[in-house]
Design a protein. Sequence first.
Length: 110
Amino acid sequence: MTEFTDYLSEVFRQFGAVRVRKMFGGYGLYHDGVMFGLIADEVLYLKADVSIAHYFEAKHLGQFEYKREDKIVKLSYYLAPEEIYDDADEAETWARRSFQVAFRNKKTKK
C-alpha cells in the first residue's frame, strides 16, 4: 500500500470502514465487500452510473480511461472531487452515492 491509500481510511472515516486491495496496476477501494472506488497512479476515482454521473460532470470531473491497442476505453469511474479530502461530510456524501451504485450493480450481476 501507499501513503495515499492509507490516507483514504481517514478521508472516509465518517462513511465507514474502507479497505484497499491491490489489483492490476492500481487498487480497488471497498466498503462492505463492494468496490466503489478505483485508485490509479495515486488518483482516486469513484463509481458512477447514469443516476449520479451528472454530479461529476457538473464539476467537470472526467471518467477514468486507458488506452488498449488503438482505442480509448472509459470505465464507469469518475475523478473524485478535491473537496472530499478536506471535508468529511462531502467525503461521506460522495462515497455513499458511489457505494449505492456499486452495490446495485453487484446485485444486478448476481
